[in-house]
Design a protein around this ligand. Structure first.
Ligand code: ATP
Length: 292
């Protein structure tokens, strides 16, 4: 018998990302406010209940993404089979819509989707913290993608705290001019430059999202090393503001840039403008989770 399930795997943006010094173990302390957004890939996992061979097959619609055991989703599938001692063949297929190596957590969200689907179609019903611990070994943002909504991340990103928010008062536009950024490379560049004073404190951004207000300022440490080398991304950031975004920022290690617009019409007009310039512009909304 074949069991199959498809879910949407949502991208993330960082409303705040302050990266500290490199620690002796090579990781970086950081503090971040992460927001899940309605831009998504489709992830399907198919379980063949007739085999007792352990194996993972993977296909992806994007040629930039490896369709073998280097794929984060394939790693997650294999780790799940190992952890729960399951002998079965699974096929994972990814319909890729989230730009790759773009600071939007595309690989992590596919990995999180695979863990979540397998937890259900193999009837394992592992608790969230167990899935997060498994995912954290394979992709930095997998725990956040499993929890979703709005979260703060601290420590080396592993301390995740869900943030209760009302409906958020903004519409999002994410732009990507291509030219992926390697996250390890971005960290290396940060280590080579002097630390700067963040433009605001994480608590300022947090207070705004908790009370359903537009944050006055956002901050991302990676902007200072990535934007000077990615003139198009820097230009997009400026243009977002000219087009009526209340605030704009690069997401994660870049080079995607997002704008938050109070006015949906202004967001849609900004999308038309970027379309006209031939720049990929993806309108989306914050994903809000009802947490108790
Ligand atoms: P983050 O914001 O979590 O640092 P990112 O959005 O910048 O990540 P990804 O899209 O996750 O970057 O891709 C990072 C690298 O991982 C790419 O080089 C890509 O080839 C590889 N990769 C492996 N599996 C996947 C996947 N399922 N989706 C996207 N990229 C993948």
């Amino acid at each position: 018998m074949i069991l199959t399930k498809t879910i949407k795997s949502y991208a993330k943006i960082n409303l705040y990302l302050n990266v500290g010094a490199k620690r002796p173990d090579g990781y970086h302390d950081l503090e971040s406010v992460m927001q899940q957004v309605s831009l998504f890939d489709y992830v399907t996992v198919l379980r063949d209940t007739d085999t007792t061979q352990r194996g993972v097959r993977i296909t992806c619609t994007d040629r930039l993404v490896p369709s073998d055991d280097r794929n984060i989703a394939a790693k997650c599938a294999m780790a799940f089979l190992d952890k729960y001692n399951i002998y079965s063949e699974v096929s994972v297929s990814i319909d890729k819509r989230i730009p790759v190596a773009a600071g939007l957590g595309g690989g992590s969200t596919d990995g999180a989707a695979v863990l979540s689907i397998m937890n259900s179609i193999f009837d394992v019903n592992a608790p969230m913290d167990e899935l997060c611990a498994l995912g954290a070994k394979l992709g930095a943002d997998i725990p956040f993608c499993l929890v979703g909504g709005t979260c703060t991340a601290s420590g080396i990103g592993e301390i995740l705290t869900p943030v209760k928010t009302p409906v958020l008062p903004y519409h999002i536009l994410i732009c990507n001019a291509g030219h992926g950024v390697s996250t390890p490379e971005a960290y290396r560049k940060l280590d080579e430059t002097a630390k700067e004073e963040p433009a605001c404190a994480m608590d300022d951004v947090l207070r705004a999202v908790e009370s359903g207000e537009m944050p006055e300022t956002l901050y991302n440490s990676f902007e200072r090393v990535i934007l000077p080398e990615h003139a198009e991304a820097a230009q997009i950031r400026q243009t977002m503001l000219v087009c009526g975004a209340d605030v704009a920022l690069m997401s994660g290690s870049g080079p995607s840039v997002f704008g938050l617009f109070r006015n949906e019409d202004a967001r849609d007009k900004a999308k038309d403008f970027f379309d006209m310039k031939g720049i990929l512009a993806m309108p989306c909304e914050p994903v809000v989770k009802n947490i108790k």
